[in-house]
Design a protein around this ligand. Sequence first.
Ligand SMILES: C[S@@+](CC[C@H](N)C(=O)[O-])C[C@H]1O[C@@H](n2cnc3c(N)ncnc32)[C@H](O)[C@@H]1O
Length: 523
Amino acid sequence: MSKLRITSWLSPSTYSSSSTKTDAEGKKQPQHRRSLSMFRRGEPEANATKIVATSTPAQSSTVPPSRMVVLAQQITKETEKLETYMRDNNLPMPSFDVDAPADFPKLPEDILKSRQEIIRATKELNLLALGPRESLRWGVWEFLDILALQVISHFGIAKLFPADSTITLSELEAKTSLDPINLARLLRLIMTKGIFCEPSHGVIAHTAASRLLAEDADMEAWIGFNLEDIFPASAHVLEAIKTYPEATSLTQSGFCFAFDTVDKEPMFVTFGKDPNRARRMGRAMVSLTGGEGYEVSYFVNVEGGGYDLSDVDAAGGTFVDIGGSHGFVCVDLATRYKNIKFVVQDLPKTVDSAPKPICADPQAADRIAMLAHDFFTPQVTKGADVYYFRWIIHNYSTPYAIKILQNLIPALKPGARIVINDHCLLEPGQENSWDESVMRRMDVVMLTLLNAQERTEAEFRQLFKDASDGFFFKGVTRPKGCRMSIIEAVWQPKDNALVEKADAIHATDATNEAAVAPMPTAG
Ligand SMILES: C[S@@+](CC[C@H](N)C(=O)[O-])C[C@H]1O[C@@H](n2cnc3c(N)ncnc32)[C@H](O)[C@@H]1O
């Protein structure tokens, strides 16, 4: 952990004049930050279900029920709908029991809406029942639940006894180096969140959630990455943004303040030096991308609103996955499209550690090349049809993101498509409330780790515009049920000089086809 940098807190000189502008009121406004228009209020909540107030017999016909009663009625109605669906389909009911399923099955759209409505309405009712003062007073203590989970998870307590048996606290104490008093107090705190239970005094049992801690290695990694990397970093965001209010540099984030790497190295470099931490983050990403609303199938399945590559397939074209990790998106695409050639680009260490062959099906594997390429250098795979970024652009503030897009330009043929697969933030209240909270939290995770951000459609449009006038912004689509959007631009340079220059590069560059032709499988 870094020491507090009190001297830099006191210095207002960290505002760089080149990167600030003055607004109408004379206040300095940092550039490269998102526009604040999204914080305008007053729009109707698009996803809020219209509630028809109905009087109960106890109420006078002129007095409408309170918001609390309306919410309670709505919770009952939607819960009954969900329960009927589960019962009719012989599905197990949600429960904390150790044997309860860890996930809901894929629900039809209307039932999924009921489930989302239950989540939204119970949260609102909870806040109303608490009242503003109590919800503020005790809401700020939620980090203590997180702290308890951090310690219990770090010490691997869930793995110390089998899921189908109980253990006494004294037996558990003998199996861990965690101090007995701390073990008991932290366990009992996370029990209030449905993680472990104490069926009788001093006897500990698993719940469905604690069983996941014991058995799901990707979930364990997700919790470790969040609670041992992001959580400490989040405690330093205030210090970071007080010291560097513009908050765009990769080496001045809360993460850098927490781990003493300010102005030294970005998070990815820190992780690169620590294989265990890097592996944990990799597994955490697997847990995230396997999670509801993030599956790769949303991008691949055209029928569900995914991205259509049939014309690229018909032409035997090329798809480049930039920062594509171990190429799992291309593996899925190569299974669907039989003629597209794929290039997965990532940093050398990632390319080297990719599975060889990249997948079991040789028809797909033979068309997927792994290539070491740093996206902060000019693109080397020239003349491809699609350049794809999944979970990349949101890792960078605007100055870096512009650079990444500009690095494509020397490789682009007219008509080349640039496809970004990221969250695309809507106006407040336009998203269902669960999705909105996940996406806005992700936005703050990006700030915490990398001084980066999620973006709105207008911000993506502006990003392409700032990168070059040659990018024609086509718009944003989003498969139903998916949290990630597909943001697309096409390279259409209006300037003839630019077209001729690009044509000349493509005509003469020996690597144009060669970069994708030999297809060395997996690095
Ligand atoms: C958040 S992960 C996204 C991986 C993958 N696209 C996905 O959807 O899961 C970011 C990826 O970018 C890679 N990366 C980071 N910096 C890079 C750079 N300068 N050039 C190329 N790849 C980079 C990382 O190694 C990692 O695989």
